[in-house]
Design a protein around this ligand. Structure first.
Ligand SMILES: Nc1ncnc2c1ncn2[C@@H]1O[C@H](COP(=O)(O)OP(=O)(O)OP(=O)(O)O)[C@@H](O)[C@H]1O
Ligand SMILES: [Mg+2]
Length: 354
């Protein structure tokens, strides 16, 4: 039974087939840290909490971290930042491993195929994604899976463009990154990541309005409607301005990458946009407006969004796992070549202690 796994900066989502339906397990990729003395042993042992513990600290993970943050009047932190393991004072890997184990469970047999998402090195930042990808491959293999990775943009194509023979531009607007893949007949032709997503919008809008980032996130997620020329007032106005800026930047990056690869196909291709940041009403029109003023060198037939933007990428990883076509893994880009065919053999020589 192959599995899919979307390892996101804000959400971790697994997917597999059961009784003819796709089952998803989603947890918030977040934690709060408490002194061990602050939380009773019974709470830890008697509940379904996901947590890690050291001698003096307890870290509550997943969706429950949000509830505990309210109770203890503190803010959640994240094991990942901008698409990769965070490098803060608190070791991120044990937490990420615990969360991943929780959402994927044990393999049903040794060497079960599991496809997971990872970004590649973003083209607009010096973030390096190699260690993150190798570490996740390694601990999934340790769990007994045969772990392969698929670019998140390609996963969007698998999930949403089956009616177009997996041909088109897949875009996943996440929290930490935006991932893009141009695919022809399920072959990734161009795929890349940019280091901007929902978190970037939130940080910029918070700075502009002197509001807290958490407050901005809450306002943004609460029925925002986007327009090309938003009214510049309040938090919604600031969020809309940075949405517009993100889409403009993204389309410029797509134009540059397609230009570099000299893609000038005359085929009409659809664009599918997914990921939590694609949720607001108006995102398709905003994207279409920006596309119309850019010359991408390829002809776009239409721009579509999806019904379940937080689950589509996980669905795509499951389709990748089912097809288990090793040609669907990432094609090499300049500085990351040796990692791109992330097979079990590739990670076997690496040992990670968590
Ligand atoms: N209704 C909504 N309106 C606007 N933004 C939303 C909404 N719901 C979620 N988001 C945003 O979507 C982002 C999370 O989306 P997603 O789960 O796709 O990201 P991720 O996969 O965890 O991150 P990444 O792929 O970048 O590592 C966050 O920035 C969140 O604030
Ligand atoms: Mg994502």
């Amino acid at each position: 039974m192959p599995k899919g796994l979307d390892v996101g900066t804000m959400n971790i989502v697994s997917a597999w087939e059961a009784d003819g339906n796709t089952q998803f397990v989603k947890e918030r990729n977040a934690f709060i840290e408490l002194d061990y003395t602050e939380i009773a042993d019974q709470v830890l042992s008697s509940s379904d909490l996901i947590y890690t513990r050291t001698d003096d600290k307890v870290r509550i993970l997943g969706d429950e971290a949000l509830n505990f943050a309210n109770i203890f009047n503190t803010e959640v932190q994240r094991p990942m930042s901008q698409g990769v393991l965070a490098s803060g004072a608190t070791p991120s890997m044990p937490m990420l491993k615990t969360l991943i184990e929780h959402v994927v469970g044990d393999p049903t047999h040794p060497g079960e195929t599991l496809y997971f998402t990872s970004p590649t090195n973003p083209i607009d930042s010096d973030i390096d994604t190699l260690y993150h990808r190798r570490a996740i491959t390694s601990f999934l293999n340790d769990l007994g899976y045969d772990a392969q990775f698929v670019h998140e943009g390609m996963a969007a194509v698998y999930a949403a463009l089956s009616d177009n023979e997996f041909t088109g531009l897949g875009i996943s607007f996440g929290a930490g990154m935006t991932n893009v893949c141009l695919s022809y007949c399920a072959e990734p032709v161009v795929q890349f990541s940019i280091a901007r997503g929902g978190d970037w919008i939130d940080t910029k809008a918070a700075n502009a309005t002197a509001m807290s980032k958490d407050r901005i996130t809450a306002i943004k997620e609460d029925s925002l409607t986007l327009a090309r020329e938003p009214e510049i007032s309040g938090a919604e106005g600031a969020v809309a301005v940075y949405y517009d800026s993100l889409v403009e930047h993204l389309i410029e990056m797509i134009r540059t990458e397609l230009d570099d690869e000299e893609i000038t196909d005359t085929l009409d291709i659809p664009v599918v946009i997914t990921g939590g940041t694609s949720s607001p009403d108006g995102i398709v029109d905003l994207f279409t407006d920006h596309l119309e003023s850019a010359d991408l060198g390829v002809s776009i037939s239409d721009v579509r969004d999806v019904d379940d933007p937080l689950y589509t990428v996980a669905q795509g990883t499951l389709i990748a796992a089912h097809s288990d076509s090793h040609t669907s893994t990432v094609t090499p880009d300049s500085d990351d070549q040796q990692t791109e065919q992330a097979t079990a053999a590739d990670s076997a020589e690496w040992t990670f202690d968590f």
